[in-house]
Design a protein around this ligand. Sequence first.
Ligand SMILES: CC/C=C\C/C=C\C/C=C\C/C=C\C=C\C(=O)SCCNC(=O)CCNC(=O)[C@H](O)C(C)(C)COP(=O)(O)OP(=O)(O)OC[C@H]1O[C@@H](n2cnc3c(N)ncnc32)[C@H](O)[C@@H]1OP(=O)(O)O
Ligand SMILES: NC(=O)C1=CN([C@@H]2O[C@H](COP(=O)(O)OP(=O)(O)OC[C@H]3O[C@@H](n4cnc5c(N)ncnc54)[C@H](OP(=O)(O)O)[C@@H]3O)[C@@H](O)[C@H]2O)C=CC1
Length: 349
Amino acid sequence: MVPVSVGQAGNVSGLLLSLILSEQVQNRTDSVDFGPSQLWCHRFAGLRSYATPHSQFFAPSEGIMLPAGSYNNKVAFITGGGTGLGRAMTGVLSQLGAQCVIASRKLEVLQQTATEISSQTGNKVHAVQCDVRDPQAVSRCVDQMVELTGLPDVIINNAAGNFICPSERLSANGWKSITDIVLNGTAFVTLELGKRLIQNQKGASFLAITTIYAESGSGFVVPSASAKAGVEALYKSLAAEWGRYGHRFNIIQPGPIRTKGAFSRLDPTGTFEKSMIGRIPTGRLGKPAELANLAAYLSSDYASWMSGAVIRFDGGEYVSMAGEFNELRKVTDDQWKMLETMIRSTKGS
Ligand SMILES: CC/C=C\C/C=C\C/C=C\C/C=C\C=C\C(=O)SCCNC(=O)CCNC(=O)[C@H](O)C(C)(C)COP(=O)(O)OP(=O)(O)OC[C@H]1O[C@@H](n2cnc3c(N)ncnc32)[C@H](O)[C@@H]1OP(=O)(O)O
Ligand SMILES: NC(=O)C1=CN([C@@H]2O[C@H](COP(=O)(O)OP(=O)(O)OC[C@H]3O[C@@H](n4cnc5c(N)ncnc54)[C@H](OP(=O)(O)O)[C@@H]3O)[C@@H](O)[C@H]2O)C=CC1
C-alpha cells in the first residue's frame, strides 16, 4: 500500500476542483459568450464539426435498412413531412414503395419536397395543407387524403413547434402555440384518423416523434416538455385501448439531430452545440437518415408485434446526463492512480 501524504491529497482535490470549475465555466448558462465568433460559427454551421475522435466507432450508416418494396401498396401520412426529420422519413418510406401524404401549414414547402422526393423515388408524394391545431382543418385534410389515396396504413405524428424561453418570459399565447401544435395537434390527427380507420375496420401503425426530455422534463422548453409528455401518455393509453381495432402505437424520443427548424430555435447562436456533443457518449449528433430507418422499421410489418414502445434514440445522451458520477469521464489516468491510492489507504469508517 503506498501511503498518501496530505500534500498529494491536496493536489488531487486541487486537480478535481479545477476540472469541475473549468467545466462549470464552459457550461455556465448565466453568462454565455454570444460574441462574433459564436455567431460566425452558427452561420457556417454546415462547415463546422464538433464530433469527437471516438465518434469514429459510431459512424452513421445512412443507407436504407429495410428490403426494397417493404412499403409497396402502403399509404403513409406524415405531419410536418416537408422539412427536417419529417422529410427524411417521407424520403425513406417513399423509396421503400409507399405512397406518401405530407401535411403542414406551408403548402409551397410541402409541394417542393413532394416533387423532389417523387422524382427521386418514382412514387407519388401528395402535399396537403393542414394546420394541426385546428380540428376542422384536420378533418378536411383527411377528406382530401381519402380522395387521393384512401385511408393510410401508417400515420407519423411529427409536426411540432418549440423555442427556448425562460418560463417567466413566456406568455399564455406562447404556451398555447406550442401545446396546441404538439399535444392537441397530435390528438386531433390521431382521433380523426383513428375513428375513420375503426369505422372502416382498417388496421394501422401510429408513430409519434417526441424527445428525450418528455420523460425528465426540461427547463427553458417547458411547453414542449409538457406537451411531449402528454403525447407519450396519449400513445401509451391508445396502445392499450385500440389494439383490438388493429392499431399499434409507438414513440421515438430522438436526441439532437441537426435540422434548421430545431437548431434555429433551440441553439440560435450555436453556443451550446459543443458541450451538447461532449455529453453524448457516441460523440456526435444523430443523422436524419438514422432516425428515418428506425421510423420505417417501427411503422412496418416487421414490427407488427411492437406496440406501446418508447424508443430512446439519442446516442446515449439521456443516461449520460442522468448518472451522478458520469463527469468522472474527465478524470485522467494519473488522477485515477492518486484517487485509488487514497481510497485504498482509508481504513474503517
Ligand atoms: C442546450 C441545448 C443545446 C442545443 C439544442 C440544439 C438542438 C436540439 C436538441 C434537442 C431538441 C429536442 C427537441 C426538439 C423539439 C422540437 O420540437 S424542434 C422543432 C422546432 N420546429 C419548429 O418550432 C417549427 C415550427 N415553429 C413555428 O412555427 C414557430 O416557432 C412557433 C412560435 C412555434 C409557432 O409559430 P406561430 O406563427 O404560430 O406563432 P407566433 O404568432 O409567432 O407566436 C405565438 C406566441 O408565441 C410567442 N413566441 C414566439 N416565439 C417566441 C420566443 N422565441 N420566445 C418567447 N415567446 C415566443 C409569440 O410572442 C406569441 O405570443 P404572444 O406575443 O403572447 O401573442
Ligand atoms: N431535430 C432534433 O434534434 C429533434 C427533433 N425532435 C422532434 O422531431 C420532429 C421534427 O422536428 P424537426 O424536423 O427537427 O423540425 P422542423 O421544424 O423541420 O419540423 C417541424 C414541422 O412541423 C410542422 N408544423 C409546425 N406547426 C405546424 C402546424 N400548426 N400544423 C402542421 N404542421 C406544423 C412544420 O411545417 P410548417 O411550418 O409548414 O407548418 C415543420 O415541417 C418534431 O416532433 C420535433 O419535436 C425531437 C427531438 C430532437
